[in-house]
Design a protein around this ligand. Structure first.
Ligand code: UFG
Length: 329
């Protein structure tokens, strides 16, 4: 298929693009490089552009004879979405609607969309099923939920096919250590811990150790980025007129912040000093997926089910690229 990968120079998008290329698809990356990295995109495949540039998007969809879109491009800092919601509604909602209108104008009707467990807000119970209510507790989660609804409406009215894939905590890096996670600023737990092991940071701070979990620290479902990529390709293969897939992508297994730090200590051999602060506002104590719908709908399940190999793959990337894509753009 000819696939347009928006945000394909970003963390999850670049791993999906790499897999698309390996599976023989013709792909084009569309990325404004605000957070994406030139070095993360396959050579010769990057088109620099913004989602809000309707004419450019429509031109690319038409010229490259695109059959389907994988839409990763979005802002994803939960805290910033609270202090600057306009930025999030503009990029994540208006930008995506611009993309959807460009698709309509050019007759492209298949899309795989990056959604998030943040659309569930504070769940009543874990593991979380797709049927549980979606009640986001921050603007980031709302922007993703708005697009889930828009996709459902477009699909029913215009005969589209879509998959909204609700990621839990994306983690790890490509097995060959060639692409990985590089955010600026970095806010995610595993890369922050590994920066301590690299000597770039003195310590890691645990956000809360008296939460209602077995060791008192937050529990998350860390899902390897290559497993996310595999799910995207499986979803792409299912899209037909009228297809509506809303699926959790997680392992079904929760890992606490302390367990993540311990795994990083084992993998890196570094003592990784840690202190404890209060919980971060809006952080639910436990978010774990029930991934059984994805197994049923796509025949997909995560290959990486333990935290240690996920950390090992991340460490391989961070060790080889201590400045991330710094030297590659
Ligand atoms: N954490 C710490 N110390 C840190 C950073 C994080 O203890 O310095 C904890 C957090 O409290 C959380 C866990 O580590 O419990 C993971 O935090 P991340 O920031 O890595 O990830 P989040 O769970 O906050 O965020 C992820 C995605 C978001 C998405 C969210 C849904 O990055 O895009 O899941 O809850 F919105």
């Amino acid at each position: 298929m000819n696939v347009l990968v928006t945000g394909g120079a970003g963390y999850v998008g670049s791993h999906a693009a790499k897999l698309l290329a390996r599976e023989g698809h013709e792909l084009w990356i569309y990325d404004n490089l605000v957070f994406g990295h030139r070095g993360a995109a396959p050579a010769g495949r990057l088109i620099e552009g913004d989602l809000l540039d309707f004419d450019k998007l429509a031109g690319v969809l038409r010229e490259k004879e695109i059959d389907a879109v994988m839409h990763f491009a979005a802002f994803a800092y939960v805290g910033e979405s609270v202090t600057d919601p306009a930025k999030y509604y503009r990029n994540n909602v208006l930008g995506t609607l611009s993309l959807m209108e460009a698709m309509r104008a050019t007759g492209v009707s298949k899309i795989v969309f990056s959604s998030t467990c943040a659309t569930y807000g504070e769940p009543d119970s874990v593991p979380i099923r797709e049927t549980q209510p979606q009640r986001p507790i921050n603007p980031y989660g709302f922007t993703k939920l708005v697009i889930e609804h828009a996709l459902a409406d477009y699909t029913r009215a215009y005969g589209w096919g879509y998959a909204a894939l609700r990621y839990f905590n994306a983690a790890g890096a490509s097995a060959d250590g060639d692409i990985g996670e590089d955010h600026d600023p970095e806010t995610h737990l595993i890369p922050l811990i590994l920066q301590v092991a690299l000597g770039q940071r003195e310590k890691v701070t645990i956000f809360g150790d008296r939460l209602p979990t077995p060791d008192g620290t937050c529990i998350r479902d860390y899902i390897h980025v290559d497993d996310l990529a595999t799910a995207h390709l499986a979803a792409l293969g299912k899209l037909e007129k009228g297809t509506e897939l809303k699926l959790n992508l997680g392992t079904g297994r929760g890992t606490s912040v302390r367990e993540v730090i311990d795994a990083c200590r084992e993998v890196t051999g570094h003592p990784i000093p840690a202190d404890v602060a209060g919980p971060r506002a809006g952080d639910p104590p436990s978010l774990v997926a029930d991934p059984s719908s994805a197994l049923q709908a796509l025949g997909w399940k995560a290959k990486f089910t333990e935290i240690r190999p996920i950390v090992e793959s991340a460490w391989k990337w961070h060790k080889a690229h201590p400045k991330g894509y710094g030297d590659r753009g």
